[in-house]
Every structure is written in structure tokens, then in C-alpha cells.
Design a protein around this ligand. Structure first.
Ligand code: ATP
Ligand code: MG
Length: 423
């Protein structure tokens, strides 16, 4: 019996991979324009990092981690998200001491979560994410949000929606926490066991529960926005002003809380509103995490970031029927007639490749007609035909497949003349 791919994973084959490369290039380019530098951290980290960095009341830590012991008995986990590893590296490499602050980083990396696989939900997926560390200016939040929104816009998505909220600072969250406990306590027995344990640990996470989302107490729960202290409210107002100034549209949803424990102030999500996108509409999630660096052993440092999966971006592109400008191009395909000509094309193919062109030839010992068909399938711009007769005359015939124009080119000056044909 043949072995199959593990559940929740996928092969990305030629034909599909060009879409991935296109998106990755776009992500790299926009990161460059916003001045974020790439960081690459290990695929696995000490399990302890995620317990502390993601938080032990989250779904990720409670149900989704790929945790294992290595042969030396160390507890390790395949990273389920990018922020904890980046912040670990930031602290370990003392990036808080770098002359250029804030430190702005991005990553494009595989993540692993043990989830129930479905459309848009994989066990291995790739996130593009950014982290800006060292600034508590709301303009930083606006920059991070606009980077994510502009990537989607530049990819050609139209039906996307930005939702923002403020989770306030510690003080605001504390008074909101009291209000939530008062609100849910009397009827907590009607909620799932997860919510029951969240009540004392982190009652805000009850609002994020997928099982109890339709419970009537959810709709009447006290809004965090009513508990923001003056400073937090002013911060949120500034963010909204900056977003408006740079033309990023948003809606405020006071029910938006992120799954991760370490967020404060700004929280945001970007959703697809495209018809047929399916049940899972969140493309990107992010927010501010001012306590995280300290929790992971660094100096008190504010931070903000987001994570978006490439898989869900690709689904959104498909739902909106966006055609990406991807062409698999071939500059020249060589058709050879006869043994000697075949031998000679080995050199010709090489000479074009050395000169920077893409070139290919037949390796299947195909008849001439089949070689032309291959050139056609590969969408070659030029087809160069070499027969033993031409070889004797030291010439090769090069046909421009777009115009049909045919040129006899000297074999000794082939590359130079081929270059001229491009003009
Ligand atoms: P969800 O509510 O969909 O489970 P989440 O809150 O777990 O999302 P985050 O941890 O904030 O998601 O991750 C950020 C982004 O990563 C999501 O908005 C989504 O684009 C993507 N993502 C999360 N889990 C998966 C997955 N299993 N497969 C593909 N993409 C995912
Ligand atoms: Mg999840």
C-alpha cells in the first residue's frame, strides 16, 4: 500500500507553487517598503516558550500543539504561531539595544496546529507575520494595520473588511474583568467547561468562545470600550484618526477579542466578505502586546504585530476570482532533426542559459511534430529548429511564435543574434 500525506497538510505542486511565490514576493516587497526586515527562527522551540508566550488558557496551548520529547528528553513544540519565537529571539539577541528603534521584523513561516482540518484550516500552514517592537505610538499600530490591508488590496482583493477594537491597558482590563465576572458568574453553569475555567483565569476569553457564541449573555456582556480609562480611550481615538488619515476604512467591534492572552490596546481582524468564501472568514489577526517581551524575560517593551495565513489569502483570491499576473515563460525551445543536430542543441541550450535566457529541448527522443507540440505547451516565445542540413550550413532557424517571423541565424553568433531578436 502506498503512503499518503498526513491529514491537514498539503503538497504544493508546480502550477500552484507559482501563486505562492507571487504572494511571497509581494509580502517581501511590501515589507521592504515599510522597512521590515526578515527574521528566521527555528521550527521548534522549548514548549515552555508557548506556555508563557501564548498563554495556557488559549485553544492553541490547550488543544493544538504538536509537542514531543526529543531523544535527550527535552520538551519541544513545533511552533503554532510566530510571535513567541520572534520575541524570544529579540530578547536573546538583545535587539532592544540596537541603535535603530523600533525593531521591525517580518517572517514567512510554517506553523503547526493540531486542529480539525477543514477548508482554510490546516495542521501545517504558512503565516506571513510582522512584529514591531519598541514603540507605543498609535501611529505604529496604524502602520502595521495598513501593511496588512495594503497587501490584500495590492493582491487584488476587494471584499475585505477591517474590524478594530481596543482591549485597553492593564487598569482598563482589570475593571472590565470585574464586570465580566459579575455578568457571567450567576449563570456560568450554562456555559462549556472551557468557559467555566476561563471565568477566573481570563474571563475576556469567554467572549471568544466558539461553542457558546449564541448564548444570550454573550450579546449583553459589558463592552470593554465602556471601561477604557482616559489614556486608553485617547490611544484608541488616535489610532482611528491615523487610519482615517491614510484612507484605511474600519469598523469598530467591541466584541472582538483575540485568542491570545497577551494583547492589550489595539486588536484587529481582517475578514473576507466574498460570497462563497466559506464559514471561516478571518484572513488576518493581530494586535498590541505590551507585556509580552517582559513576560519572556526582556525589558519592558511595547510591541504590535499580526499573522495571516497564505492558505486563507489564496482562498480569498479564489472566492473573488482574482487572476494573478503569473506566466510561466520560456524564451526558447530547441527542435532538433537528426542525431548530429540533437547533439549540437546540448551546447546551444547551455549558451542561452548562460546568457540569462530560459531555454529547453527535447529529452524524450520525440518526433519533430511532437517536439513542436512540446514547445507550444511550454508557451515558448521562440522555437529554434536545427536539422543536419542547417548544421552543414552553420545556421539555425529561429521562429518568433507570436509574429510567425522566421530568421536564419549563424550558429557561431547565435547568442548575440538571439539577443537582437528580443528587440
Ligand atoms: P481561527 O479563529 O480561525 O482559529 P485564530 O484566532 O486561531 O484563528 P490566529 O492565531 O490569530 O488565528 O492566527 C492568525 C491567522 O492565521 C488567522 O487569521 C488565519 O489567517 C491563520 N490561521 C490560523 N489557524 C490556521 C489554520 N489552522 N490553517 C490556516 N490558517 C490558519
Ligand atoms: Mg484557531
Amino acid at each position: 500500500m502506498s503512503i499518503q500525506i498526513p491529514r491537514g497538510t498539503q503538497d504544493i505542486l508546480p502550477g500552484q507553487v507559482e501563486i505562492w511565490q507571487y504572494i511571497e514576493n509581494k509580502a517581501r516587497d511590501i515589507s521592504r517598503r515599510y522597512q521590515y526586515s526578515e527574521i528566521r527562527t527555528p521550527l521548534f522551540e522549548h514548549t515552555e516558550l508557548f506556555l508563557r508566550g501564548v498563554g495556557d488558557t488559549t485553544d492553541i496551548v490547550q488543544k493544538e500543539m504538536y509537542t514531543f520529547q526529543d531523544r535527550g528528553g527535552r520538551d519541544l513544540t513545533l511552533r503554532p504561531e510566530g510571535t513567541a519565537g520572534v520575541v524570544r529571539s529579540y530578547v536573546e539577541n538583545k535587539m532592544f539595544g540596537l541603535p535603530n528603534q523600533p525593531v521591525k521584523l517580518f517572517y514567512i513561516s510554517q506553523m503547526f496546529r493540531y486542529e480539525r482540518p477543514q477548508a482554510g484550516r490546516y495542521r501545517q500552514f504558512v503565516q506571513f507575520g510582522v512584529e514591531a517592537l519598541g514603540s507605543s505610538d498609535p501611529a505604529m499600530d496604524a502602520e502595521v494595520i495598513s501593511l496588512a490591508m495594503n497587501l490584500y488590496k495590492e493582491m487584488g482583493l476587494k471584499s475585505i473588511k477591517l474590524v478594530i477594537n481596543s482591549l485597553g491597558d492593564k487598569e482598563s482590563r482589570l475593571s472590565h474583568r470585574e464586570a465580566l465576572i459579575d455578568h457571567f458568574s450567576p449563570r456560568i453553569g450554562e456555559f462549556c467547561s472551557d468557559c467555566q475555567s476561563r471565568l477566573e483565569k481570563n474571563p475576556m476569553r469567554i467572549l471568544d468562545c466558539k461553542k457558546d457564541r449564541d448564548h444570550e449573555l454573550m450579546k449583553t456582556a459589558p463592552s470593554i470600550l465602556e471601561y477604557l480609562n482616559d489614556e486608553s480611550a485617547a490611544y484608541f481615538e488616535k489610532l482611528k484618526k491615523y487610519l482615517t488619515d491614510i484612507g484605511v476604512e474600519y469598523t469598530v467591534d467591541s466584541g472582538l477579542v483575540r485568542g491570545l492572552d497577551y494583547y492589550n490596546h489595539t486588536a484587529f481582524e481582517i475578514m473576507s466578505e466574498a460570497e462563497g468564501f466559506g464559514a471561516i472568514t478571518t484572513l488576518c489577526g493581530g494586535g498590541r502586546y505590551n507585556g509580552l517581551v517582559e513576560d519572556l524575560g526582556g525589558p519592558e517593551t511595547p510591541g504590535i504585530g499580526f499573522g495571516m495565513s497564505i492558505e486563507r489569502l489564496i482562498s480569498a483570491l479564489a472566492a473573488e476570482n482574482v487572476e494573478l499576473p503569473i506566466s510561466r515563460s520560456l524564451d526558447c525551445y530547441f527542435v532538433a532533426l537528426g542525431e548530429e543536430a540533437k547533439d549540437y542543441t546540448v551546447k546551444l541550450v547551455q549558451s542561452l542559459r548562460d546568457a540569462g535566457f530560459s531555454a529547453d529541448r527535447d529529452y524524450q527522443d520525440r518526433k519533430v511534430k511532437a517536439q513542436f507540440k512540446a514547445a507550444d505547451r511550454l508557451n515558448s516565445t521562440f522555437v529554434a529548429v536545427l536539422g543536419d542540413d542547417e548544421l552543414k550550413e552553420n545556421k539555425i532557424s529561429v521562429k518568433n511564435m507570436e509574429t510567425g517571423e522566421q530568421t536564419a541565424v549563424g550558429l557561431d553568433t547565435f547568442v548575440q543574434e538571439f539577443k537582437r531578436l528580443q528587440e
